[in-house]
Ligand binder design. Structure first.
Ligand SMILES: *Cc1c(COP(=O)(O)O)cnc(C)c1O
Length: 383
């Protein structure tokens, strides 16, 4: 049997798991404007995993609360032609674009929805630039939860249409993510519900850890040597680390992989913080990869601390490199990724000269190319 609690990722204070508790009481009071979230809570597992453990055993919400929608269990591709072209015979693509709403975000949404159902909460409120919102709307539809989404004006049309199709209450905000997020928080204060704002709800990092657990199982209880992770807010990156850390703490795995955060040149707050020693005033982000376009990364402190602790790396790629990575990946393997996801492939190509050829390399493909046709058109020269 496993026991679960929350622990502040900054000060270490522990809390029981409860939907009223999102951030550390002490550290969130010291939140500075224009900086990553202070006092993100992580889920702590105690106990030992049964020998025949399943992924659901390592999650803080029991399986009966999960909504009836097939999230996760995504395929690990063995892309033969890309393996030959790059000379990496142990190259893999973890295809999270085939989640029900087309992105890895479903992993977080599913756990948040399960948590809400267990706690008897009927409304979920989320501010998002795209995938987190459309994901919560789709998973919420499966779960029978009411979802209110605050969507900034710049979101790609596909992600807006998806959210509306799922029947969510969509509030289009004529402003940035920060404004959408402020409106969402105000609504929660006055009307109640559960926040699914990324990084803010501890279940978002925890839900995303399942991608690491699946990779481990798909490699036959193996830890890959490298995992390339497209990074904006740093929640996926934090989740990937959390999954491998849990396996190590349970004595199931003996190490964590080398994790590489891949960012767009025009949105590189985490890379900058890792290299310079800390977060400074936000720089306005500029990249066509909308899912990794972030001024202030919500999970920035968490992600940078993990990169430091485990000797991870961060690198940046240009928008041109992202567009050519998108077509190279699609035409070389049959996997059509949205620009943010293609960034991970671009990151691998940028770093491949430093990687031993026999290394097991996993590139995390986080979202489907059809989500943003406007950007994809640029890569194939049509308007
Ligand atoms: C959200 C998202 C990312 C980045 O995840 P963060 O947690 O913001 O770093 C990358 N790719 C896709 C497709 C996404 O939706």
């Amino acid at each position: 049997m496993m026991r679960f609690s929350y622990r502040c990722s900054l000060c270490g204070r522990e809390y029981p798991i409860s939907p009223e508790r999102l951030l550390c009481e002490d550290c969130s009071r010291r939140q500075e404007p224009g900086r990553p979230l202070s006092g993100i809570l992580e889920v702590v597992l105690q106990g030992s995993a049964p020998g025949d453990w399943e992924i659901a055993d390592l999650l803080p919400v029991e399986r009966e609360w999960f909504p009836p929608i097939p999230v996760g269990n995504t395929p690990l591709w063995e892309p033969e032609r890309l393996r030959r072209a790059t000379g990496f015979p142990r190259l893999y693509l973890k295809d999270d674009s085939c989640n029900p709403t087309g992105s890895l975000k479903d992993r977080a949404s599913a756990l948040v929805a399960a948590f809400a159902r267990r706690e008897g909460i009927e409304r979920i409120v989320v501010a998002s630039t795209g995938n987190a919102g459309s994901s919560m709307c789709g998973v919420g539809a499966a779960a029978g939860l009411s979802v209110r989404l605050y969507l900034p004006a710049g979101a790609p049309a596909g992600k807006l249409v998806q959210s509306l199709q799922y029947g969510a209450d969509v509030v289009r905000v004529d402003g940035t993510y920060d404004e959408a997020s402020a409106q969402a928080m105000e609504y929660l204060r006055t009307h109640g519900g559960l926040s699914r704002n990324t990084g803010h709800n501890p279940m978002t990092i925890e839900g995303k850890k399942t991608v690491a657990l699946e990779i481990f199982r798909q490699l036959g209880s193996g830890v890959p040597d490298y995992v390339f992770v497209p990074t904006g807010d740093g929640v996926i990156l934090s989740g990937v680390y959390k999954g491998f850390e849990d396996l190590v703490s349970l004595g199931v795995a003996d190490r964590t992989p080398a994790v590489v955060a891949v960012q767009a040149e025009g949105s590189q707050a985490i890379t900058r913080a890792l290299e310079s020693g800390g977060f400074t005033d936000p720089v306005s982000s500029q990249t066509l990869a909308d899912s990794i376009s972030v001024d202030v990364p919500a999970a920035g402190y968490f992600a940078v601390e993990r990169l430091r602790r485990h000797g991870g790396r961060a690198l940046t790629v240009s928008d041109e490199a992202i567009l050519s990575a998108q077509t190279e990946l699609a035409s070389g393997s049959g996997l059509f990724a949205e620009p943010a996801a293609a960034a991970a492939w671009a990151g691998f190509r940028a770093m491949e000269a430093e990687i031993p050829r026999d290394a097991a390399v996993v590139v995390l493909v986080t979202g489907n190319g059809l989500k943003d046709v406007k950007s994809a058109k640029k890569g194939v020269g049509i308007r």
